[in-house]
Design a protein around this ligand. Structure first.
Ligand code: ATP
Ligand code: GCO
Length: 167
């Protein structure tokens, strides 16, 4: 049994890819919160407009429900850019753990550009970085550098969480 994990970060930071690999490693279910957006949110992002708080609330409610249903273990990829969004998720599931995939704009922009066919336009990356509120010290959680390979990032999480358990 593991606590449910939210893999967070800006668009293109690797949440879906790393999240799926981590769920495989931990043998728990994986969900991509991109698939929980109401169609109007996807339409808004697709035309190059950033979501605002009121667009995100109903989406976060669905993610919170998913977390509450997976208290015994699960990984969900969700931007969770602001502290108040994370607090909303904690309200649904107090045991949730956040894993922030942190990286510079250069590397993330390149990865986003090499991912054709995704609804999220690269032009929204600026607003993603502007909106991002990194994990505060009192939030706990993990911050992992996106520049490593997917396997390395998963391994770093596994090692760090084991060390934390033992301490
Ligand atoms: N650590 C990594 N090393 C190399 N490539 C990576 C890494 N992480 C992700 N990628 C690649 O970068 C691209 C973006 O990753 P991904 O779609 O997982 O990001 P995301 O944060 O889920 O984005 P979004 O929120 O926009 O859906 C993908 O093509 C993915 O294969
Ligand atoms: O909070 C947000 O602005 C959105 O959730 C985005 O982050 C998208 O879901 C995703 O990143 C698109 O690929």
């Amino acid at each position: 049994m593991t606590d449910p994990i939210v893999v967070m970060g800006v668009s293109g930071s690797g949440k879906s890819t790393v999240g799926a690999a981590l769920a495989g490693r931990l043998r728990v279910p994986f969900e991509d919160a991109d698939d929980l957006h109401p169609p109007e949110n996807v339409a808004k992002m697709s035309r190059g407009d950033a979501l605002d708080d009121s667009d995100r609330w109903p989406w976060l409610e669905r993610i919170g429900e998913w977390l509450a249903d997976h208290e015994g273990g699960g990984v969900i990829a969700c931007s969770a850019l602001k502290r108040k969004y994370r607090d909303q998720l904690r309200h649904h599931c107090s045991s949730v753990v956040f894993l922030h995939l942190e990286g510079g704009r250069d590397v993330i922009e390149k990865r986003q550009a090499s991912r054709p066919g995704h609804f999220m336009p690269a032009s929204l990356l600026t607003s993603q970085f502007e909106t991002l509120e990194p994990l505060a010290p009192d939030e706990g959680g993990y911050v992992l550098d996106v520049s490593g390979s997917i396997d390395e990032i998963v391994e770093q999480y596994v090692v760090q969480s084991r060390l934390e358990e033992e301490s």
